[in-house]
Design a protein around this ligand. Structure first.
Ligand SMILES: Nc1ncnc2c1ncn2[C@@H]1O[C@H](COP(=O)(O)OP(=O)(O)O)[C@@H](O)[C@H]1O
Ligand SMILES: [Mg+2]
Length: 243
């Protein structure tokens, strides 16, 4: 996909969270965003998802300007698959019902068609044995796989994943990262915020280092890790790679 930002600015009160961000990424498939906490990664992803309106500036996806009126945003949001760190499943619905809901409510599926599609996708993620369980009866890794299944079920244009493993223990982290790797191998475009530098390095084709509301470095993931140019990235990598 093509992704570009021009003079993108977002403030919350007095705080500038995205600070005049401009970049053109003409051909990215697996974009990973790294950077210190509070630097603006989530806000950037939420803006691309159409969940956040910038104060000024432009976002273009595949050459098309993202319009920020409510009707355009709603349409856009429905075309993007999003997965956040805290699972975001409806607690009162089963795994199957969680996947069905957006298909019926937002994507025009009839009930039977939605059930069939949801069952197929749960099976693909080896979750068919858990279809009738509610989130509280599933492990964190299983919940996050349901959230990914739900995001994929809508046939999104691309996937946005914001620290999808940060609430998981190591074993469950691998099971979720394996799925993300598979989706990438299938040729799905994805934007991922992660603290797993090893995964970022193997899975991503392009990396953005975001700090203080700015894209401090952008380039092939290998280049950023092997030859960080800025002091900020050197220090950040030093901190996250230490243990
Ligand atoms: N809805 C909000 N209201 C006020 N401040 C916010 C809101 N969302 C994020 N922020 C602030 O914006 C800054 C960047 O946050 P965020 O985009 O979540 O960074 P990151 O994902 O890199 O940790 C932080 O200082 C955070 O407190
Ligand atoms: Mg964040």
């Amino acid at each position: 996909m093509q992704l570009s930002f021009a003079n993108l600015t977002k403030t919350f009160g007095l705080r500038t969270v995205l600070d005049d961000i401009s970049i053109v990424l003409p051909d990215v498939h697996a974009l990973v965003v790294i950077g210190p906490s509070g630097g603006g990664k989530t806000t950037l992803l939420r803006t691309v998802a159409g969940l956040e309106r910038p104060d000024s500036g432009e976002v273009r996806i595949d050459g098309k300007i993202l319009h920020f009126d409510e009707a355009s945003l709603l349409k856009h949001r429905r075309s993007v698959g999003t997965v956040f760190q805290s699972f975001n499943l409806f607690p009162h619905l089963t795994a199957l019902e969680n996947v069905i809901l957006p298909l019926e409510r937002a994507h025009g599926y009839g009930h039977l068609q939605a059930v069939e599609a949801a069952q197929a996708i749960l099976k693909r993620f080896q979750l068919d044995g858990h279809a009738d369980k509610k989130p509280a009866q599933l492990s964190g890794g299983q919940q996050q796989r349901v959230a990914i299944a739900r995001a994929i079920a809508i046939k999104p244009r691309f996937l946005l994943l914001d620290e999808p493993t940060s609430a998981l223990d190591p074993e469950m982290t691998s099971e979720v990262l394996d799925i993300i790797g598979e989706l990438r191998d299938e040729g799905r475009d994805l934007l991922l915020v992660t603290h797993h530098m090893g995964f970022a390095r193997t899975a991503a084709d392009h990396c953005l280092f975001v700090a203080d509301g700015r894209i401090v470095e952008s380039g092939p993931v290998e280049r950023l890790f092997a030859e960080p140019h800025s002091m900020e990235l050197k220090q950040f990598l030093g901190r996250v790679m230490r243990y």
